[in-house]
Design a protein around this ligand. Structure first.
Ligand SMILES: Cc1ncc(COP(=O)(O)O)c(C=O)c1O
Length: 429
């Protein structure tokens, strides 16, 4: 199994990044805290928020010919180019909507409507936005819904479990890039290749909302038909989701203003501010890339930046698990268990899924809160979590989700707090 990266960003770069985010060290009340809840919505880049605010103030309609209108149109064009570059979308269409979930419903119902009475294959660990869309579309268009089971040890979906369900009647396969609960990452390129080998006509739909801020995405290389992202999970703001659609998918009958192109999925006028914010996210990723790479090519810098972000996050994960000469890692703290990462190895995203002996996950979250550390309990009482937790045989987990701009010091602070919480849990017995 490949080794996890252990090298953190150079200190100079790390210090530079610290200034780039709002509320990295303190909450909105000025209270010091660790924000380890990025899977619920990531820390915001100042530049993305500021650009969004700037363009939100402009009253001008981009569909005019005066100078401000032309400037705004450039912002939309640049934002669209940047979405394409981030995804490496060389063909097809880019769709936007209020949420990533809404896009998922549009995509899945469009595919399901194009040919009824087949089957739809999804997985037990999909986010409800894709799972429920598959269920809804199956009922609406008389498809059989087939659900691939998870491997409880890794919290991932083995490719063979998906393949077993695919036949010549499969109209679509929906698979998540990275689970927002277990942190398991799927090798989508390999999955798509093998799925298409079994059924070349089926369409592959990927939820990349959790995976997008943590690694390189390449729809051209992966050969998938749809993939969605949400900027608020990747250093930007809420209020928009984007998706890539292959030429074949984009041209299926779908909701569209009829005067527009047959592969256009944008219904109504776009929001320039969202595109301005996205361009700032891409500038930021490129700045990280250019710290390591002299290229002037924007896609090359995106790939370099995301690769470096991924390595930094693997180093953070490694320190969480194994600690350092100064602080014990999670594996050596009694009273707490870390799930999935051992079975996943390097295919584990920067998400820790923890449970405590003698303390519920909700209690543990409260205890972390008392130590100014924000984490979240995913519990089966929530519709967002139940099916996924059932699939991996757990009732609840404490989800810990930092991002690349966190430091060794932040990890060590968290480990010390975890030691205190775990020993308090034991004393309560
Ligand atoms: C993996 C994953 N997919 C999809 C979504 C849906 O995003 P939204 O609620 O913004 O539509 C989320 C949100 O938490 C998610 O984590």
């Amino acid at each position: 199994m490949p080794e996890r990266h252990t090298e953190f960003f150079p200190e100079e770069l790390q210090n530079e990044l610290n200034d780039r985010f709002y509320y990295l060290k303190q909450d909105v009340y000025g209270v010091e805290r660790l924000f380890f809840e990025n899977a619920g919505g990531s820390l915001r880049l100042k530049a993305a928020v500021d650009a969004q605010t700037k363009y939100s103030a402009f009253p001008d309609c981009p569909e005019r010919t005066h100078n401000v209108a032309l400037d705004i149109r450039n912002v939309i064009d640049q934002g669209t180019k940047d979405i394409r570059l981030f995804l490496n979308a060389k063909d097809g269409s880019i769709a936007s909507s209020l949420t990533a979930s809404k896009l998922m419903f549009e995509i899945i119902t469009t595919i399901a409507a194009a040919k009824s009475e087949g089957n739809i294959v999804t997985t037990a660990i999909e986010h409800p936005s894709s799972f429920d869309a598959c269920q809804f579309a199956s009922e609406q268009y008389q498809h059989e819904l087939r659900v691939a089971a998870a491997d409880p040890a890794s919290g991932s979906i083995p490719l063979s479990n998906i393949l077993d369900l695919i036949d010549e009647e499969t109209v679509l396969v929906s698979v998540i890039l990275t689970s927002n609960i277990t942190g398991a990452m799927h090798d989508i390129k390999e999955y798509a290749k093998v799925i298409k080998a079994k059924n070349p006509n089926t369409l592959i739909v990927v939820d990349a909302v959790q995976g997008a801020p943590h690694g390189v995405i390449d729809v051209d290389d992966w050969k998938v038909d749809a993939l969605n992202i949400a900027p608020y999970k990747m250093f930007g703001n809420r209020g928009v989701g984007y998706a890539y659609l292959s030429d074949r998918l984009a041209s299926l009958p779908h909701h569209r203003l009829l005067a527009t192109d047959t592969d256009n999925w944008n219904v109504g006028s776009p929001t320039p501010a969202h595109f301005a914010g996205f361009t700032e996210i891409i500038h930021y990723i490129c700045q990280i890339g250019s710290y390591f790479n002299d290229s002037a090519d924007r896609r090359t810098l995106i790939v370099e930046g995301m690769t470096r972000i991924h390595k930094q996050e693997q180093a953070i994960l490694n320190r969480f698990i194994h600690g350092s000469p100064e602080v014990r890692g999670i594996k050596d703290i009694t009273g707490v268990t870390i799930h999935f990462e051992e079975a996943n190895g390097v295919n584990q995203d920067l998400i820790l899924a923890l449970t405590f002996e003698n303390m519920t996950c909700a209690e543990a979250v409260d205890e972390y809160g008392k130590h100014n550390t924000l984490v979240y309990a995913r519990e089966s009482s929530s519709h967002y979590s139940k099916r996924i937790l059932d699939a991996v045989g757990l009732d609840a987990i404490v989800r810990v989700s930092p991002i690349h701009c966190h430091t060794k010091k932040d990890v060590d602070t968290f480990l010390k707090v975890t030691q205190v919480i775990a020993s308090e849990a034991k004393i309560q017995v």
